[in-house]
Design a binder for this molecule. Structure first.
Ligand code: B12
Ligand code: SF4
Length: 258
């Protein structure tokens, strides 16, 4: 039987968040790639506004959505961390409730590993909460953390997140690390296909409802502004050719000109 992995897109903790076509594209690429390598992939998207386990209750309002798939997220006000206590605005956890998240975790069938993405560095509280709850349901499963926060703050993530393994390589180099980790941690599993350094089509079908898809046309940047993290995340500037873009409706590093 194919081994199952759970992918998690964690909550956003912030003073404001708005869904401007914010799909977890990195995680969907990862899902496409893992599926090609022989895994059964299960996604829990904490920012899913269509999540089947969510319903409006007294203090949780149904998110207002607009045409073309933008709009508000589910949200609950939460206490501010002490460092932010002087900011006179409500602080919220955006996304599904922790109860819905835990139930979704319990419904996944016999997973072998949990992979979590991360975006803004300062959204790490959502990452930590997801790891903590996942460990509560599956204490013996390896939890692998990757994505932008993990890449930019590997020391912080390794020390505080609770993940068993933090993948902090820039985008072009992490597949090798992940393949090694999966082979070491999933007994008797040999990937059907090597985790190649190209991006297959993102697994949009893992979403509960597809309102739109995102197209990634390039990665990296030709400039090096000193305050920007782009060149840490993507050391090389790459862009897809218009024809590959139209044919596949996706960006594959196999088809790039750099
Ligand atoms: C596109 C983008 C946006 C878009 C987002 C559009 C959308 N609908 O999602 C827009 C323009 C809205 C935006 C806004 C902002 N952004 Co922005 N954005 C980016 C950008 C350029 C690309 C992110 C992306 O989608 N990459 C594509 C996906 C496919 O890549 P990925 O998620 O990294 O995933 C890959 C790997 O990380 C890995 N991976 C991911 N997860 C996992 C998990 C595991 C287990 C493993 C093994 C691997 C793995 O695999 C994936 C495929 O290779 C990054 C810079 C960058 N080069 O990454 C900045 C960046 C993330 N943004 C940044 C910032 C600051 C912002 C804003 C706060 C700016 C502002 N002041 O308003 C806002 C915040 C908006 C919000 N509330 O979300 C900063 C974050 C800095 C930080 N401290 O974290 C970045 C890093 C740019 C910078 N300036 O340095 N942004
Ligand atoms: S801020 Fe970053 S992404 Fe924008 S031009 Fe400068 S280096 Fe490029």
């Amino acid at each position: 039987m194919k081994p199952t992995v759970i992918l998690i897109n964690p909550w956003v903790y912030d003073f404001a968040a708005y869904d401007l076509w914010a799909k977890p594209l990195g995680l969907l690429y990862l899902g496409g790639r893992l599926r090609k390598s022989g895994f059964t992939v299960h996604l829990i998207d904490c920012l899913d506004i269509h999540h089947p386990l969510m319903e409006e209750t007294g203090d949780i309002k149904k998110p207002v959505r607009r045409r073309y798939g933008t709009g508000k997220f589910w949200k609950q006000n939460v206490p501010k961390p002490p460092q932010l206590s002087t900011i006179p605005r409500a602080y919220s956890r955006y996304g599904i409730t922790p109860q819905a998240f835990t139930r979704a975790l319990e419904q996944a069938r016999k997973p072998e590993a949990i992979l979590i993405t991360s975006l803004m560095t300062y959204w790490y509280p959502g990452v930590f909460e997801a790891i903590h709850l996942a460990k509560g349901v599956y204490p013996d499963l390896p939890v692998i953390l990757g994505g932008i926060y993990a890449t930019l703050c590997p020391g912080h993530a390794s020390t505080y997140s609770g993940a068993d393994f933090v993948i902090s390589s820039p985008r072009q180099f992490w597949p090798g690390e992940l393949a090694r980790f999966l082979q070491e941690n999933i007994p008797d599993f040999t990937p059907e296909e090597k985790l190649e350094a190209f991006l297959p089509y993102p697994a949009f079908d893992l979403l509960t409802k597809i309102d739109y898809v995102c197209l990634l046309g390039s990665s990296g940047c030709p400039f090096r502004c000193p305050y920007c993290a782009s060149h840490y995340l993507h050391p090389h500037y790459m862009k897809g050719s218009p024809s590959s873009y139209l044919k596949r409706s996706s960006f594959g590093i196999g088809n790039i000109t750099s």
